[in-house]
Design a binder for this molecule. Structure first.
Ligand code: CIR
Length: 255
């Protein structure tokens, strides 16, 4: 069960967010509305939501998932691989929010880089994707910290996706949504894999919260497969975040 969620309201600079997509710039007013709907959906799952203020100096700062890993034992503040995002991790209001919930706060240090969108939690075990944003040194530090608290981690090679959770979502009960390069990955053989085709690959970035699954709007095959597994589904439009490579999981820290 998750009790708490932290989100950050998108800033007006969101149009300058990093992107590999060719879908135009996010429309700020629409992004704000979609973010409000996202917070409403989270609230329906029974969690307490902490909402942080927008940060104009950081166009990607609404993607709070990348700046910390929140475990059952500690929070680990990351060191983002994207230079324009590096200082997002140390924003005082984020650290203060984490301190409200955690006695133990750890930090990834130079030369390690980690963006926690590359980390998927399965119980006490954490899969850490080696991406253009998360390097081996960062993953090594992350595993050492996890082990200090009786948790465990392993690295996962990646070639194509931006972040590990761009193409994977763990829905608890051994159910794993998989898209793209992760369909054949040996690390995920033991899961009940729900494979998502290329046309709906973005829809694989769903989030499980307390028996609900939040699904992005516009991915009917993904939605149907999740409903067939028996989950309660909430649908949220994330079209403006998609324009800068962001999805549902990226927009919150859940713990
Ligand atoms: C970035 O490139 O960093 C942002 N535009 C998107 C971050 C998405 N975060 C995530 O997948 N966890």
């Amino acid at each position: 069960m998750f009790k708490n969620v932290i989100v950050r309201v998108p800033s007006s600079s969101i149009s300058e967010g990093l992107t590999s997509a060719n879908e135009g710039k996010p429309i700020y007013s629409k992004a704000l509305m979609q973010h409000e709907n996202y917070v409403s959906a989270l609230t329906k799952t029974g969690v307490n939501v902490t909402v942080l203020e927008p940060q104009d100096d950081f166009p990607d700062s609404c993607f709070v998932e990348d700046v910390a890993l929140c475990t059952s034992k500690c929070a680990i503040v990351t060191r983002p691989g994207a230079l324009s995002r590096r200082k997002e991790a140390a924003l005082p209001d984020m650290i203060a929010a984490l301190e409200k919930f955690y006695e133990n706060i750890e930090y990834i240090k130079d030369p390690g880089t980690v963006e926690a969108g590359d980390i998927m939690m399965v119980g006490d075990h954490f899969y850490i994707g080696l991406s253009a944003r998360t390097n081996e040194e960062g993953a090594k530090q992350m595993i050492e910290i996890l082990e200090k608290y009786g948790l465990s981690g392993q690295m996962v090679e990646m070639k194509e996706m931006l972040h590990l959770k761009t193409g994977l979502a763990y829905l608890e009960n051994n159910n794993l949504l998989v898209a793209g390069e992760f369909k054949q990955a040996p690390e995920f053989e033991k899961f009940n894999k729900i494979e998502i085709d290329m046309e709906e690959a973005y829809g694989a970035n769903c989030i499980w919260i307390n028996d609900y699954v939040i699904v992005p709007e516009g991915y009917p095959v993904v939605q149907k497969k999740i409903e067939e597994l028996g989950y309660k589904v909430l649908v949220v439009d994330t079209s403006e975040f998609r324009k800068i490579d962001g999805g549902l999981s990226c927009l919150s820290l859940r713990f």
